[in-house]
Design a protein around this ligand. Sequence first.
Ligand SMILES: [Zn+2]
Ligand SMILES: [Zn+2]
Ligand SMILES: [Zn+2]
Length: 142
Amino acid sequence: MIDVAVKLLQKNNYKITKQRLSLLEYLSHFQEQYINVVAVDKYMHSIYPGMSHNTIYRNIKEFEEVGIVEQRIKDGNASVKYQCDFVHQHHHHFICTHCGKVQEVEMCPLDYFEKQLPGCRIEEHHFELYGLCADCIKLSKD
Ligand SMILES: [Zn+2]
Ligand SMILES: [Zn+2]
Ligand SMILES: [Zn+2]
């Protein structure tokens, strides 16, 4: 699974350093769940004490730019997750408010909104769905 990400980094002329590989490996465990960037920084710093926070944050940002991770800012806190769909990088999420599980939603409502705003250009959009995932609903019924 990491192979796709490594290829993406190479394609964008990033060197595959030991640090980038560790970061990649770590983040790949968070495909269904967001993790706070502060926690990622803490983890990386624990393995590479010599690595500056700036470098760690920059690496995370590079991953985001390349599309390896998806970023989310909520209440001023940045969190990231491993890309759930490398083929359809632009997609949206359904997030379980109980367990935090993230599921991909393929449909993008942008066209729908553009039709309602003739002459305007939408430059950015964030669209997330919240609720209970199937597992959590099942658990609550048992
Ligand atoms: Zn996603
Ligand atoms: Zn859930
Ligand atoms: Zn969209």
